[in-house]
Each structure stands twice: as C-alpha cells, then as structure tokens.
Design a protein around this ligand. Structure first.
Ligand code: FMN
Length: 186
C-alpha cells in the first residue's frame, strides 16, 4: 500500500535549514514509494484556536486555511513536523496549526491518532538542551503518547544561516533515511 506522508514546514524561511532537511525527507520517502505533500505553513492564514469548543459537537468552525488542511491531516499515514527553534521551542507557525488539531476532539482525535510522526528541528545554539529543542521534543512526545502515535525518528542539528543545512551531508543523509523509514514503517 502506498503511504501518504504530509510534511508541515514551520519556518518562515522557505529555503531555510528545516525546510531543506524536510525536502530531503520528502526525497527519501518518494524514492521509497510514498506519496508526499509539503505544506509551507507561514504562507497560510491559520488563526489561533479561539477555545469556543463548538468542535466538541462537530468540526472546527473557523473559516480559514485550516479547513482544507483537516482532510489532509486525516488522510496522512505519517506526518513530518519540521521547525526551527524559536525561543526555546518550535515555531509559532507550527504551534498555531497543531493547536487547531483540537478541532478533531468531536471525533475523539481519530484523524490524528495511530500515525507515525517524524521530526526535524534546527537551532542556532550548540545542542538540544541549550537551544531549547528538547522542549519541542518533549511536547511532541507527550502529544504522540496522547494520540497513540509513534515518533519514528528525529533529525536535529545546530545550523544558523540559510545555506547551512546544505553544508552538513550527515544531516541531509539522516533526513533522507527518515523519509525512507516513514515510507516503509507499518
Ligand atoms: C525569532 C528567532 C528565535 C530563535 N530562537 C532560538 C532559540 O531559542 N534557540 C536556538 O538555539 N536558536 C534560536 N534561533 C535560531 C534558529 O533556530 C536557527 O537559525 C535555525 O536554524 C533556523 O531554521 P530555519 O532556517 O529553518 O528557519 C532563533 C531564530 C529566530 C529568528
């Protein structure tokens, strides 16, 4: 069965480090036979969840660019979350999107449950702890536990300027391998 992989890119920099690594994941996944779609979140109108809880009885009622994203999330077998670290966690663009998954509560979260997740994180500081990337990982791990889902791989690296990712063949390779894994994991 062809796997359907959705990539959510959380950086405003379209050719930035997390985006380049996310595209390597896409290449690996496509080479392994998956169908892949990448979404550049910064280009979308995604408003914050307003906590109205009307989704409890149905669907999210906010008419914005999350509406076409909901069926894509539901259809994905695997989701890649790619983000720069901004202020010691993942970006606001990605947080806005994930907060709106609350809109699935009326269906007991089933649209975003029982999936495989991959994670790409890039940061300017030297390691997972000083950069704050560890906070993003904790959040994704907690989220996946709640959604009865699994993180199959995390690729992270200390990169700063646009163009830095291309200078790190080991990270590009890890991202490519993560794509293959997402495409093949049952
Ligand atoms: C607003 C802002 C906040 C940042 N906060 C952090 C941070 O808390 N920790 C860190 O290590 N790097 C931080 N950085 C650096 C970025 O995480 C780093 O440049 C990253 O590689 C950018 O990824 P991108 O090219 O995909 O956008 C910050 C950069 C910006 C613009």
């Amino acid at each position: 069965m062809t796997k359907n992989i959705l990539i959510l890119k959380g950086s405003p920099r379209e050719k930035g480090n997390s985006a380049i690594l996310a595209e390597r994941v896409a290449t690996g996944a496509k080479e392994a036979g998956a169908q892949v779609e990448s979404i550049y979140l910064h280009g979308l109108d995604i408003r914050p969840c307003d906590g109205c809880d009307l989704c409890d009885a149905g669907e999210c009622i906010i008419e914005d660019d999350m509406q076409p994203l909901y069926p894509k999330l539901a259809a994905a077998d695997a989701i890649l979350l790619a983000s720069p670290i901004y202020w010691f966690t993942f970006s606001a663009q990605l947080k806005l999107c994930i907060d709106r998954w609350y809109g699935f509560q009326g269906h007991k979260w089933k649209e975003v449950s029982h999936k495989q997740y991959g994670v790409i994180l890039t940061y300017g500081d030297t390691d997972l702890y000083t950069s704050g990337a560890i906070n993003a990982i904790h959040t994704f791990e907690t989220m996946c536990r709640f959604l009865e889902s699994r993180i199959v791989g995390i690729v992270h690296g200390s990169l700063n300027d646009v163009g830095d990712a291309e200078k790190h063949p080991e990270l590009l390779q890890q991202a490519f391998d993560l794509g293959k894994l997402l495409a093949s994991e049952k």
